[in-house]
Design a protein around this ligand. Structure first.
Ligand code: GLC
Length: 740
């Protein structure tokens, strides 16, 4: 009888067992249950296996349990081509050419969170389609110095703008079951000495300027991963930094995702174990000669960690926390069957890339309405400059891409004026004719052995014959320009561009200068040139975005995400702070003596100097008129809100978008505060003659400063002003109110 019952029991449970998935594979179960179930099934070696790289961009799964590998890839504005298992070099696949979206300074310059959402959605689709679980972006490091080689990858100088733009970007990416990886946490504000710089910064500056965008990514966008930076803070490398990762990120902000190191940013097993690092990538550890196993076994969090556990030197508490986070990330991404399959190189992605570029281009000057160019009146257009023909999607460091196509400025202008005007091109100058990064070549031959004098003579002569001249220059993605792992050595342009621009202006007054850059540059010729357009590294549709603005199909609506200083001495980091122009192999302190006075916060305090172009500045082909701002109450209670309203009217002949900015000024504070700080912005579209009322509702949060002694945000009672502005230097009106 007993046997019968046993047989019966087996007969029943077998199919059940076959039907019933283990909890960790059952997507109907709460994620935390799945995490615990998977963790309980993993061996010690399997746990160690998932917390360090197994190849350049991947970490191991648990084959025995059917838990897949985790695949990451660069970067913030497009999905990098496949590389060899252990190398940076592209592997030469033929199905991994992507759409390049504009680099993030362009996104910031749109001041449009809806565009940031679109951007993230499209990038997430490309990453999902390519089988990437983590896209290594966005970068949100604050532009502390215009010379930083990676400003082009970030969202500008203001923590509020960067915060508002990074949240929807991350949400868009993660809708696709792809983790964004906000980087580089934290204080990675120069590229020179990025491995040895020890940021010395007071808490108030840290919390008010350098953390907010990361905090918004974590607490508002719920970013699933974050990358520790190369540099040091308080003498500890940021990829295993107790203060940043344990106290602030996981403690104060409750981050439940995965901290990955930057590639090669791990230096110490004990710190990696205890200071919050969850997955170690690309450590520069060699394998002892003749030793068994692969290099990856010798990573700081591989054999050395296993050894410490087996010898009883450390427990498994930290290990289990790391593994829980990795499993959680996997259930959100590679083991998430609900997030679709993405898409790649679709017309929708090209359209999005173009739209982001069109909305981010900034019109800086337009005397005598030289722009937009009217093909009916302008029959002979001359385009001058290497940046009109040089691909910018290749180079710049880890964000370099292999694109399916890149429409260059000259192509875009030619496409747009086909059949309407004659477009000729002369080089004007030779900058960097090279075009290769990690095995990706542009295929361009930009070699030109003519002398600078010959090139200039040709350009000046051609300018004399043209109805209008478009100079396309600026920076590029070469080392020492807008490029990772190095900074620029000057604020000004290279390759003799400044004097060439002056020569062109003398040859033909109808000159438009298009500056292609991801950082502020000096413009000594600013008074000699009637029209200036700031365009960015706008990716696959760069030329079409630019042409649409130059010819007026699109009314430019971008505004600067960072100040263009007139001189490098006008920048806090250079006037007061430490900025080391020389590389150092040893740890070197970088003292942020300028404190919170970064960008316009610094410029507003200067009596004798003013920026070349201020933060938040940008013109339009139409004009806008602001009414007088009003406020709904004169007193703000501690938990109350005030609403500031202002009417904005399009007083020109064509539709346009205006970015209305709200700054707050604390008129009586016990501490030194900036003259004003950005606490709101809205981009409003207006038809000719149309008027709209914009409202901003702010509360106590907008009035606070960070009190480092109390370690909390403090709003002191007293008088405040809300300023309505078209830029940091163009205040349209203000209203006062008192905080109770
Ligand atoms: C680079 C960069 C980082 C990038 C990573 C992988 O050194 O600092 O932004 O995502 O390594 O390429």
């Amino acid at each position: 009888m007993k046997r019968v019952i046993t047989l019966l029991a087996v007969a029943i449970t077998l199919p059940l067992a076959a039907q019933q998935k283990p909890v960790y594979l059952d997507e109907s179960r709460p994620i935390e249950e799945r995490v615990e179930d998977a963790l309980s099934r993993m061996t010690l070696e399997e746990k160690i296996g998932v917390i360090h790289a197994q190849s350049k961009f991947s970490s191991a799964g648990v084959p025995r349990l059917g838990i897949p590998e985790l695949w990451t890839d660069d970067g913030p504005h497009g999905v990098r081509p496949e590389v060899y298992w252990d190398q940076w070099r592209q592997a030469g696949w033929t199905n991994d050419s992507c759409v390049a979206f504009p680099a993030l300074t362009c996104l910031a310059a749109t001041w449009n969170p809806d565009i940031a959402l679109l951007y993230g959605q499209c990038l997430g689709e490309e990453a999902r389609f390519r089988g990437k679980d983590v896209i290594l972006g966005p970068g949100v490091n604050i532009c502390r110095t215009p010379l930083c080689g990676r400003n082009f990858e970030y969202l500008g100088e203001d923590p509020y703008l960067a915060s508002r733009m990074v949240v929807p970007y991350i949400q868009g990416v993660q809708q696709n079951g792809v983790a964004a990886c906000v980087k580089h946490f934290a204080l990675n504000n120069t590229e020179i000495n990025r491995h040895t710089g020890n940021a010395v910064v007071d808490d108030r500056t840290l919390y008010e300027i350098y953390l907010p965008a990361f905090k918004a990514a974590v607490t508002e966008a719920h970013v699933w991963s974050l990358m520790g930076s190369y540099n040091l803070y308080k003498g500890q490398h940021c990829s295993h930094n107790a203060r940043l990762l344990n106290d602030i990120l996981k403690g104060e902000w409750g981050f439940d995702g995965v901290v990955v190191s930057d590639w090669g940013a791990t230096h110490n097993t004990d710190e990696a174990i205890t200071n919050g690092l969850d997955i170690e990538f690309d450590s520069w550890v060699g394998k002892p000669k003749g030793a068994p196993g692969k290099t990856y076994d010798y990573y700081y969090m591989a054999a050395p960690y296993l050894q410490r556990i087996k010898s009883g030197k450390v427990g498994t508490k930290e290990l289990d926390d790391k593994v829980r986070r990795v499993l959680r990330l996997m259930f959100r991404t590679c083991m998430n069957t609900k997030a679709g399959f993405g898409s790649m190189c679709s017309e929708a992605h090209y359209a999005a890339s173009r739209r982001i570029g069109e909305e981010g281009i900034v019109l800086l000057k337009n005397d005598d309405g030289l722009l937009p160019i009217d093909p009916a009146k302008t029959k002979r257009v001359l385009v001058v400059g290497e940046n009109a023909i040089k691909m910018m999607t290749v180079g710049g460091g880890s964000s370099s891409l292999k694109v399916q196509r890149e429409v260059l400025p000259l192509d875009g202008i030619r496409n747009r004026l086909a059949g309407l005007a004659e477009v000729t091109f002369v080089r004007g100058y030779v900058g960097d004719p090279s075009g290769e990064a990690d095995g990706v070549t542009t295929g361009q031959n930009l070699k030109d052995d003519r002398s600078a004098a010959e090139l200039r003579a040709e350009a000046v002569e051609a300018a004399r014959q043209a109805d209008c001249v478009i100079f396309v220059g600026g920076l590029n993605k070469s080392r020492g320009q807008d490029c990772e792992d190095a900074d620029r050595i000057r604020l000004g342009l290279s390759y003799g561009q400044d004097s060439l621009i002056v020569a062109l202006a003398e040859a033909n007054p109808k000159l438009v200068v298009v500056n292609v850059s991801g950082s502020p540059v000096a413009m000594p010729w600013v008074d000699r040139v009637p029209a200036i357009v700031q365009t960015w590294y706008n990716g696959s549709e760069a030329g079409n975005s630019l042409a649409a603005v130059l010819m007026g199909d699109v009314n430019p609506s971008g505004k600067l995400p960072f100040t263009f200083p007139a001189r490098i001495e006008d920048v806090g980091a250079h006037a007061l702070g430490d900025y080391h122009a020389k590389g150092s192999r040893d740890t070197i302190d970088i003292r942020y003596n300028e404190g919170i006075f970064v960008g316009y916060r610094w410029a507003d305090r200067q009596k004798k100097t003013k920026p070349l172009f201020p933060f938040g500045y940008g013109l339009s082909y139409t004009t806008f008129e602001y009414g007088r701002p009003t406020i709904d109450r004169k007193t703000l209670t501690a938990d109350g809100q005030v609403t500031v309203s202002v009417s904005v009217k399009n007083t020109g002949e064509r539709e346009g978008q205006e970015i209305v900015q709200l700054y707050v000024s604390d008129k009586k504070a016990s501490v030194e505060r900036p003259v004003k700080e950005l606490k709101g912005f809205k981009k409003v579209a207006l038809a000719p003659g149309e008027e709209k009322t914009i409202t901003f509702t702010i509360g106590r949060d907008a009035l606070c400063f960070f009190d480092a002694t109390k370690h909390e945000w403090v709003a002191e009672p007293g008088r405040f002003e809300a300023l309505i502005a078209a830029s940091a230097a163009d205040i349209k009106g203000k209203v006062a109110f008192d905080l109770e």
